[in-house]
Design a protein around this ligand. Sequence first.
Ligand code: COA
Ligand code: AMP
Length: 630
Amino acid sequence: MGYKDVYEGWKADPEGFWMKAAEAVDWIDKPSRALFDENAPIYEWFSDGMVNTCYNAVDRHVEAGHGDRTAIIYDSPITGRKDKVSYANLQTRVASLAGALRDKGVTKGDRVIIYMPMVPQALEAMLACSRLGAIHSVVFGGFAANELAVRIDDAQPKAIIAASCGLEPGRVVDYKPLLDGAIELASHKPDFCVIFQREEKPAELIAGRDHDWFAAQEGVSPAECVPVEGNHPAYILYTSGTTGAPKGVVRPTGGHLVALNWTMKNIYNADPGDVFWAASDVGWVVGHSYICYGPLIHGNTTIVFEGKPVGTPDAGTFWRVISEHNVRCFFTAPTAFRAIKRDDPTGELIKEHDISCLRALYLAGERADPDTIEWAQDVMKVPVYDHWWQTETGYTIVGNPAGIEALPVKIGSPTVPMPGYDVQILDEGGNPMGPNELGAIAIKLPLPPGTLPTLWNAEERYLKSYLKTFPGYYETGDAGMIDEDGYLYIMARTDDVINVAGHRLSTGAMEEVLASHPEVAECAVIGVSDQLKGQLPVGFLCLNKGSGSSNEDVVQECVQLMRNKIGPVAAFKLAVVVDRLPKTRSGKILRGTMVSIADSKDYKMPATIDDPTILDEIKDSLQGIGYARG
Ligand code: COA
Ligand code: AMP
């Protein structure tokens, strides 16, 4: 069957399609049906089945006789360390850690925050939680204490699992002081913390609260897998919205298992035993779905890579890892390839490695620009598949289903909707638009299994953010069009979310940080185009009248404030002081127009602008920092 047959087959019988896909999961009690729509527009899948994620990701492979198969390859060019963990080994380690958590009171439904770098123990921590039916929430290491505190207060974790430090090229990131600072800042306090001490920099433990990773496991019996309902939350992953408060995306257990397992063959064309590598971070959705759960559920070998595409030690690292570990499917963000291309434009370093094991490259997380795709095709000589998805969905909305049928690639398009997704382009009134017409990208409800049924503790926000604008549809926040062949093109975000090096960030959250500076009266943050990172944030600051500080000082303080409050991942290094901000007569800041000026794009003078001369001032300020020169 080709793509069209499979897609039409799903459309004709979604219930049958997903019940069939659910057969690949080992249930304790099989679900009686797939879709539970009694509370529409809140939809659930496989709610009355009983299942355990960790059992499906680990134990069942050992029971099937694959205990010797490598589950995790750890490759850290930063420390020079390499390690392999077999499925049997992983089972022992995870059951032991889960035993320690249980011993200290963690039970089904409790939340556990995980704050760890790219080490196998991060995956073990996630799996130990799912073994107990505890709900983990992984927080990316590049976030500052304040962001961690916000997540602690929202998720109210019983425990936090952290590493003593992370390693960025040339510097050790001390996680422990960030963790201690976050617990201090948060109103909610966890009962205890488990700390994985890294050789590079062990941390001092707080007596009575902190437990060493290994010591906590001594004398504790290993934990068995706890059955949970199909709609039980497997994890919460916080992502940026329009305000400073991140959205807690809830991932339901049953649908997550069914959908991720389905994608491994049908989208990534991976067979059990194949080595699958997603060069991302466990703190992002790509890390959840394709460093941890997807490959393990499907019986693949996954790679935990602690390094960067360049500088660890050079732009040939990716090729070395692919060749050395026999990688079949490789997944990363376009920005990583832009970094490699910048350092090694002619692809000299790839010639030193045999990457003939590789079947395809998959790109996601941000727009894949044609130059990058063409360069990757040229040097790697494998198909390059862009695919589009979001933290909210957890897997591909639109992609190239290489395991069903590799469709012709149209550069600039992530290809076609996957089964489960009825993707439509809507006008402002919510009416479907024709081919090649630009509009809001929406997905007809219900969303498929594994996607978010709601936001953690925030059902109203879920309804308002995603379901209100277009009744009967999920609003993606992206704008684009579909061509006459059904290929989708993603053109822009419709909200204040920007994408910096594949990391999703909120300009609203950044504005809240800038506004907290005592000299800042008013501010705006926009995302401007950047050749390496896709977008970069730029801040505009209006200072209080009679401010005693110099503009340079305030800018420097704001850059530091952003690093302290949001973290280095915000990559906020550019800000300018301006007298006033361009606004509509009703007071709305014209951020879109400012972006066009910065990117030297044509723009229409907004009819509602209060005073058009302000735009020249904005242009001058941007030119002062190297933008708006075109
Ligand atoms: N812990 C602590 N700090 C971190 C971190 C982590 N896990 N990850 C990143 N940071 C820091 C970096 O050290 C950097 O700090 P600096 O300002 O002191 O240099 C800052 O956050 C910005 O990091 P990043 O955006 O990664 O930029 P970079 O300049 O270090 O590297 C790339 C640029 C393109 C090489 C890098 O962004 C990359 O590899 N991107 C891949 C994209 C990706 O994995 N996306 C995930 C979705 S698929
Ligand atoms: P995240 O939730 O961090 O995965 O970010 C999701 C957002 O990143 C999407 O809504 C898009 O704006 C953008 N994005 C992800 N993948 C792609 C892609 N393949 N092409 C264009 N934009 C993408």
